[in-house]
Ligand binder design. Structure first.
Ligand SMILES: Cc1cc2nc3c(=O)[nH]c(=O)nc-3n(C[C@H](O)[C@H](O)[C@H](O)COP(=O)(O)O)c2cc1C
Length: 201
């Protein structure tokens, strides 16, 4: 039997209710720019945080991005969405920003919504997964949970600025983080020249 059909594998971008909506927003833009198919899964809490941090609601943002034809949104409760199964091919997953609640759920295998289930599938299928945990300071429990995820193969990328690049603005910081994320997810293999460390001046 040879019924193979090829689909353009999406990168799943999960957005949970930690601070840092702007990183998710700019990552989606960067993926669209690179013609990468994006499958979005956003938690209820992330919509609340988004509304507080951004100039528009997540719904308004999504409406514009869907028009590019590169972005599809999956409801957090849609547990029958294709990526809930390991048989559905995806490039991998990024959770940005990732709340400590979601970190804890992933560390204990609590796959009780589509975002967490998709991450759980990434772990069992040993697919690339990058987690951008955002909380400060971190408790011992946060660290233990993150350590478990790292041991299972996740890339843990806290949203920390590259101070040595002397960023002038939040935009500079976010641009660096997005470029770093693209590298971590294997979309690009090097950073743009102007945001690399090139040794002391
Ligand atoms: C404005 C705002 C900012 C928040 N920032 C964080 C944060 O940086 N890190 C975190 O772990 N939780 C943060 N929270 C709490 C989470 O949203 C909350 O624990 C939520 O239950 C997470 O659910 P989720 O992981 O399903 O999105 C924040 C909540 C609000 C309203």
């Amino acid at each position: 039997m040879n019924n193979e059909t090829t689909i353009e594998k999406p990168l799943v971008v999960g957005i949970s209710g930690a601070s840092g909506s702007i990183i998710a927003s700019k990552l989606v833009d960067a993926l669209i720019e690179r013609d990468i198919q994006v499958a979005l899964i956003v938690s209820h809490a992330s919509r609340i945080v988004w509304k507080q941090e951004m100039d528009e609601s997540f719904g308004e943002f999504l409406e514009r991005k869907i028009q590019t034809g590169k972005v599809k949104n999956y409801h957090i409760g849609d547990i029958q969405a294709p990526m809930a199964s390991g048989t559905y091919p995806i490039r991998g997953m990024v959770i940005v920003p990732c709340s400590m609640a979601t970190v804890a759920a992933l560390a204990t295998g609590l796959a009780d919504n589509l975002l967490r289930r998709t991450a759980d599938v990434c772990f069992k299928e040993r697919r690339p997964i990058t987690i951008v945990p955002r909380e400060t300071p971190l408790s011992q429990l946060h660290l233990e949970n993150l350590s478990k995820l790292a041991n299972m193969g996740a890339n843990i990328m806290p949203p920390q600025p590259a101070f040595y690049l002397k960023p002038n603005s939040l935009d500079d910081v976010v641009e660096f983080l997005v470029q770093r994320l693209l590298m971590t997810c294997g979309i690009t293999d090097e950073l743009p020249q102007d945001i690399r460390y090139n040794g002391p001046n």
